[in-house]
Design a protein around this ligand. Sequence first.
Ligand code: C2E
Ligand code: MG
Ligand code: MG
Ligand code: MG
Length: 276
Amino acid sequence: MALYRTKSLGRGTFGFFEHSMHERLQTRHQIIMGLREAIANSKFELHYQPIVNVKTRRIVGCEALIRWSHPVRGLIPASEFIPIAEECGLIGQIGDWVLKTACAEASLWPDDIWVAVNISPAQFRGQDLVDKVTNACRGLPLSRLILEITETLLMKDRDVASDTLERLRKMGVRFAIDDFGTGFSSLSYLQSFPFDKIKIDRSFVSAVANVKRSATLRRSIIQLGYNLGMTSVGEGVETEQQLDRLRAEGCVEAQGFLFSRAVPAAKLRTLFSKPL
Ligand code: C2E
Ligand code: MG
Ligand code: MG
Ligand code: MG
């Protein structure tokens, strides 16, 4: 989201940037106003992207990905507004809705299919995540919920995070590390907390440059996951070749446009019955 981030300006570039900076701030302001309105009027939708076993290509779980149903722009993907919602403090309310909706919809799926929900750092900071998860999961066994968190969270709010993580884990909730290997992070959190899944970031899966080094990285991540009892999930798989590669490297699960994009809950039903 570099587009919306403010940067200090160099001297010589004054006029040009002054203008675009103003525009950027205006766009950002419009998005924030729009998000407030969307929260008040429930203008969000959850779509679900299947995650399959690489051998059977059958769905083992689905990741909930939020979309903003915008009056003019149509459906806006999460990548375009979640970072702003995080920065301006709206992610808490949005996150509550996501958790409730995802758990309610997943309770209608076959028993052996789990749902993965992305959780932002701020949702961990508000002490009551445990209660929120408990309430959201009234109709869904907690073992069918996976919370996806990024390494950033584990670095920034270590103490709050580890306490909340531990309490949720004792209740049966499982955890995935999202976008593994892309955050500024250390591996020390892996020492203190057992994750169930390790998601290999799309940048390692799709790598076209430095092919050999990417392969080595993927293998190492998969091996690390295996040794620590984590299931590896390849993200952003778009081609059969990428899938073959991951399978050969020992990756267990995969997700990406090759199998399916994120689809509305109603459309998901037709995907459960056959390999993708
Ligand atoms: P993520 O959790 O890593 O989700 C995967 C993103 O990659 C999604 O983008 C998905 O549509 C996209 N993707 C999946 N397969 C492919 C593929 O084969 N190729 C390509 N090019 N892209 C693929 P999306 O939906 O825009 O979400 C972006 C990020 O926003 C997510 O990254 C996640 O960090 C965050 N996010 C999404 N929904 C939520 C939510 O409900 N709450 C929170 N806190 N964050 C969310
Ligand atoms: Mg995710
Ligand atoms: Mg990811
Ligand atoms: Mg990602």
